[in-house]
Design a binder for this molecule. Structure first.
Ligand SMILES: *[C@@H]1O[C@H](CO)[C@@H](O)[C@H](O)[C@H]1NC(C)=O
Ligand SMILES: *[C@@H]1O[C@H](CO)[C@@H](O)[C@H](O)[C@H]1NC(C)=O
Length: 243
C-alpha cells in the first residue's frame, strides 16, 4: 500500500475512531440502563482482495427502483403488473438468490437503488434495498442514479448514509479533492494474503457520479461527468500507475 493511500485510509478511519470515542464518552457521561448498546458500522475486512484462485467476482445491480418494500407493486412485469403478489420483496428475494448462487466478492449498486416517488422514507428504503448484501456480509459499493434523491434525502445525504451502512465500501468523495457531485471514489482490489502482491492493488475500480438531471439552454436533459471529476480520475489513475 502506498503511503498516500495509507494516509487516505487513516484520514477515513480517524472520524470513525473519533465518533467511536464520542459514543463511549457519551455512554459514560450519561449512562442509561435502558439504552441499547451503541451501534457502530460493521466494516468488511479491507483492503478487498482477490481469492487464492485468482478470481474476484463482482455482482452489479442497477435500477432496483426500490420503494416501500411489500407495499410497492412491481412495474414492467407484464400487463397485470406481475399479479398482486409481486412487490419490492421479489427484488429482495432475487438478490438473495443471486448472492447465494454466485457468492460475489463485491456488489456494485450502480444507481436508481431507490425510486423517489414510491419511497416515502429514503433511509428505510435504502436499508431494505441493500439488506441482502448486509445479511450475507458481502462488501458493497454504491453510486446514485437520477431517481435516488427524489425521496427524503439529498444526494449528499444518501451517499453519506450509504458510506455508513454495514459492509459498505462506498465513499462520498475523495478527501482533499473538490469534485462535482457525490459518490466519486476509488477502490483497490489487492492480491491475496500470502502472495507477493498482498500490498498491491491489482484492480482499480473507479466510481463516478454521472449526476441527476440538468437543464442546458432551456432543454431538460440528464447530467454527465464533469471536468473536475475527470481531473480527479486522471490524477488518481496516474498516482496508482507510479506505485
Ligand atoms: C413474486 O414473488 C411471489 C412470492 O414468491 C411469487 O408468487 C410471484 O410469482 C413473484 N412475481 C414475479 C413477477 O416473479
Ligand atoms: C506487505 O506489507 C506488510 C506491512 O507493511 C509487510 O510486513 C510485508 O512484508 C509486505 N509484503 C510484501 C510481499 O510486500
Amino acid at each position: 500500500m502506498s503511503s498516500s493511500s495509507l494516509t487516505t485510509l487513516v484520514s477515513l478511519l480517524l472520524p470513525c475512531l473519533l465518533s467511536l470515542l464520542l459514543l463511549h464518552l457519551s455512554t459514560v457521561l450519561d449512562p442509561d440502563p435502558d439504552a441499547a448498546a451503541p451501534r457502530v458500522k460493521k466494516a468488511p475486512p479491507l483492503p478487498l482482495r482477490f481469492r487464492h484462485d485468482g478470481t474476484f467476482k463482482i455482482l452489479q445491480v442497477a435500477d432496483m427502483h426500490f420503494g416501500n418494500g411489500a407495499a410497492t407493486r412491481c412495474r414492467d412485469v407484464g400487463p397485470d403488473g406481475g399479479g398482486a403478489l409481486c412487490s419490492d420483496l421479489n427484488t429482495t428475494r432475487f438478490l438473495r438468490r443471486l448472492i447465494e448462487a454466485e457468492k460475489p466478492d463485491l456488489i456494485a449498486f450502480t444507481g436508481d437503488n431507490i425510486f423517489g416517488t414510491s419511497a416515502t422514507d429514503a433511509a428505510e428504503s435504502l436499508l431494505k434495498a441493500i439488506s441482502p448484501a448486509m445479511e450475507f456480509k458481502v462488501p458493497w459499493a454504491a453510486i446514485l442514479g437520477n431517481h435516488d434523491q427524489e425521496s427524503t434525502m439529498t444526494r449528499e445525504e444518501l451517499m453519506t448514509f450509504m458510506s455508513l451502512m454495514d459492509y459498505s465500501v462506498s465513499q462520498v468523495n475523495p478527501p482533499g479533492f473538490l469534485v462535482h457531485g457525490f459518490g466519486n471514489y476509488h477502490i483497490g482490489i489487492h492480491g491475496p494474503y500470502g502472495s507477493e502482491l498482498v500490498n498491491t492493488s491489482l484492480l482499480n475500480l473507479y466510481f463516478l457520479d454521472s449526476g441527476d438531471r440538468e437543464v442546458v439552454n432551456g432543454v431538460k436533459t440528464y447530467g454527465w461527468i464533469k471536468e473536475s471529476q475527470q481531473a480527479w480520475l486522471r490524477s488518481i489513475s496516474l498516482e496508482l500507475q507510479v506505485h
